[in-house]
Write a protein that binds this ligand. Sequence first.
Ligand code: BES
Ligand code: ZN
Ligand code: ZN
Length: 496
Amino acid sequence: MQITLETKPYATLETDALVTYVFEGDDPITGRSADVDKAGGGALKKIAASGELTGKTLELTLLHSPAGLKAARLLVVGAGKKNQFNVAALRKIAGAALRLLKAKSAKNFAFLAGEELSVEDAAQAIAEGLNTGDFETDKYKTEKKDKKIESVSLVGFSDAGKANAEQGLRRGSIIAESQNFARDLINEPSNKLTPRVLAEKAQAMAKESGLAVDVLEEKKIEELKMGALLSVAQGGPEPPRMIVVTYTPANAKPGAPVIGLVGKAVTFDTGGISIKPADGMEKMKYDMAGGATMLGAMRALAGLKPNVKVICVVPATENMPGGTAQKPGDIQTAMSGKTIEVLNTDAEGRLIIADAITYAKQLGVTHIVDAATLTGAIVVALANVNVGVFSGADQTWTDKLLASAKAVGEKMWQLPMDDEYREFIKGSFADIQNIGSGKGGGSITGAWFIREFAGDTPWIHLDIAGTAWNDDAKPWLAKGPTGVALRTLVHLVSTF
Ligand code: BES
Ligand code: ZN
Ligand code: ZN
């Protein structure tokens, strides 16, 4: 799909549809939409007066052969309350418009932006909404729908705003394409995406994007004594990988901060010997969403070129219950030297993240964010609405991330990390145990386990188990992988 800026008057554009949006209120047809309506003899005002068009969030009103326009259709999208309008709302409007028009076999359309946001923010949000909205999960269907939007023109930006709009369009496209790169990886089934294949895909992405990449194979992983990662991998025949992708800015200064992005990549989580129930287990192909999101973020950063060095570390493995699998009660020695009592082999994400964080610190990272589909408990706490955020002692680092989440419109919620929870994972026979001792707070104890390995390094853990996968399609997004947290991470690094 091609997205371009168009400065010709929208009424003269011969296109399959013109899209505009309206706010909820006594008279939704005001501002831009009133201009559109005037040329057409007030049809929209009439529909609004009848109560059919109210401006409620993502209400879709489609008119054919609209008077006064060269466009074949006019699509009016509800934008909700004007005082709640932001980039997230605009992104959804663009995505929902695209998905509706695609379903109606349109090939192209023009999107009329309003003037509520800065030109750059608006263009970026529209580009993001269109690109992420266009993503489909039909890769393995032999009969694909031939419905495809070929091009979209953004209209409504003045000549004076053109440079800023181009800038926003470029940023938004890079970010959304990277989000789709991550979503494509997350959607891959485990027979198509093993740890080795993920590593190959990371290498190809790095090469294409001009990033440095280093993939540790099992021999090297053994040499480095990554006992926690190896303990998870030993349950099946697929060897693990530790994937390292590095972005170095042109003017890198010695001693400057280095951000570490660590992402869990369990390409399939059966639970191991502590095996999961069959019902719904197929979803566990997305247990590598954290790793995919970090790789996607790196892809975006390569295009956006921020001023800070970033090292991405992705531990990749399957979690299988084979004859060589680790068993409950086994004691493992992590790369850091800490001993771990594995009381439940299904709490494997924290094990592999532990070694990845130790390795990232060895590589010189000064600030860490990890993302992982870590716990079912986060779904209980926050459902599929908010990402769970957990902070080490450095709350300023976490506040930066929360501000970035707010700026890009991703919902994130910080949970407590009181010292009392640390007690839950004290080991009986080793330094630490990989699950809490039956007192609830499952997501917090998981985070505390990881924190033990982050030590004093400023660290944030994102539990994306509830938010990385859409069980149902949304009007603006297909069912399946969401790519959540990528936009926040890119914003965090870009503004560091
Ligand atoms: N990958 C799962 C977490 C998960 C659960 C992700 C549901 C998405 C949806 C993780 O490895 C896991 O199994 N965690 C256990 C931890 C427990 C044994 C302490 C869980 O949440 O049940
Ligand atoms: Zn598990
Ligand atoms: Zn898992």
